[in-house]
Ligand binder design. Structure first.
Ligand code: ACO
Length: 319
């Protein structure tokens, strides 16, 4: 059997930090409101001249260093992003050029906050055909540019950042299984509905969200996908070493941990420091926990994403 293994991770956060207190000076909000409802204390915001591909480049360079590889060793680049540099070419192709790589394929995946899980599943499936040997899988986002900073119901929730993983073909797992789902009937509860037509932006170019509906649906589908992933392998909940959930809201994360009967000590949490970085949140959290030594070789890790579309999914992986 052909499998894929994670052999390196990296991440990058822009230098500028915006705290809840900073926001409360600009809009009618407070640290108490934001923290008690979401667990968020601060977020990183990209500089004017930083592009999503720049964030991706820094995270990718660190992942390559961790894997002991150079860009020329990579033959597949998959970037998950909802905030690409431009309509086309893909951020993956721009990243490939910035890395100085030219081998193989490069493309973007658009599944909003589930993007990284979708990208990992896509790269894993392509590599298991035997066509590709080493993949760079990235989640990178600059949500600060699609937020209406006057809308306190959404702008306090998100941040910018990037995380990257190097996957290598192997004869032992690695990724044990991936689980992807979507239900487009919920497409309106979380969206940036605008489009470009005839040189004009038509509709709103800002993120809109029905927060309560998103909250309830996220808790439901995240619970279901955990059960689905574990049932496929006959794995008991107690056998999981780490849960790396999408970092949208601490209350959604706690609800999933409760359903798993998992102590929060086994859940990697970054939402307090990073806020919701959409497709970047899972690889950012993974890199943090790999580098600080919490996640060790042999550990069983479940990553799970949920987001606009509505999309959701999970990746079960042996490190
Ligand atoms: N500061 C102060 N007050 C606020 C703010 C704010 N930033 N935002 C909203 N309020 C007010 C509202 O106007 C409302 O006031 P009103 O009662 O006078 O009308 C009051 O607070 C309560 O608003 P609710 O929307 O009911 O607040 P709730 O407790 O449901 O929390 C939240 C809202 C945090 C968005 C919650 O619904 C949530 O976390 N949803 C999940 C959405 C999420 O995480 N999305 C991220 C993207 S999706 C994803 O990644 C899966």
């Amino acid at each position: 059997m052909i499998y894929t293994r994670i052999i390196g991770t990296g991440s990058y956060l822009p230098a500028q930090v915006v705290t809840n207190e900073d926001l409360s000076k600009r809009i009618d909000t407070s640290d108490e409101w934001i923290f008690s409802r979401t667990g968020i204390k601060q977020r990183h915001v990209a500089a004017e001249d930083e592009l999503t591909s720049d964030l991706a480049l820094k995270a990718s360079t660190r992942a390559l260093e961790a894997a002991g590889l150079t860009a020329s060793d990579i033959d597949l680049i998959v970037v998950a992003t909802t905030t690409p540099d431009m309509i086309f070419p893909s951020t993956a192709c721009i990243l490939q050029a910035k890395l100085g790589a030219s081998n193989g394929a490069a493309f973007d995946v658009q599944a909003v906050c589930s993007g990284f899980v979708y990208a990992m599943a896509t790269a894993d499936a392509l590599m298991r055909t035997g066509t590709y040997r080493r993949a760079l899988v990235v989640g990178a986002e600059i949500y600060s540019r699609i937020l209406n900073w006057e809308d306190r119901t959404t702008c306090v929730l998100f941040g910018d950042g990037a995380g990257a993983v190097i996957l290598e073909r192997s004869d032992r797992p690695g990724i044990l299984s991936t689980h992807l789902h979507a239900d487009g009937s919920h497409r309106d509860i979380l969206s940036v509905p605008g489009s470009i037509r005839n040189g004009q932006v038509c509709g709103s170019p800002f993120l809109t969200m029905d927060g309560n509906t998103v909250f309830k649906l996220a808790v439901k589908v995240l619970g279901e996908v955990v059960d689905e992933a574990l049932a496929q392998h006959g794995i008991e909940r107690s056998q999981l070493d780490w849960l790396i959930p999408h970092q949208a809201n601490i209350r959604i994360i706690q609800a999933t941990a409760r359903r798993l009967g998992m102590s929060m000590d086994k859940v990697v949490v970054t939402v307090d420091q990073h806020a919701n970085t959409s497709a970047a949140s899972i690889p950012l959290a993974l890199d943090l926990a790999m580098r600080d030594g919490r996640i060790q070789p042999g550990h069983l890790v479940l990553m799970q994403g949920v987001g606009g579309g509505f999309t959701w999914g999970a990746v079960l992986v042996r490190i």
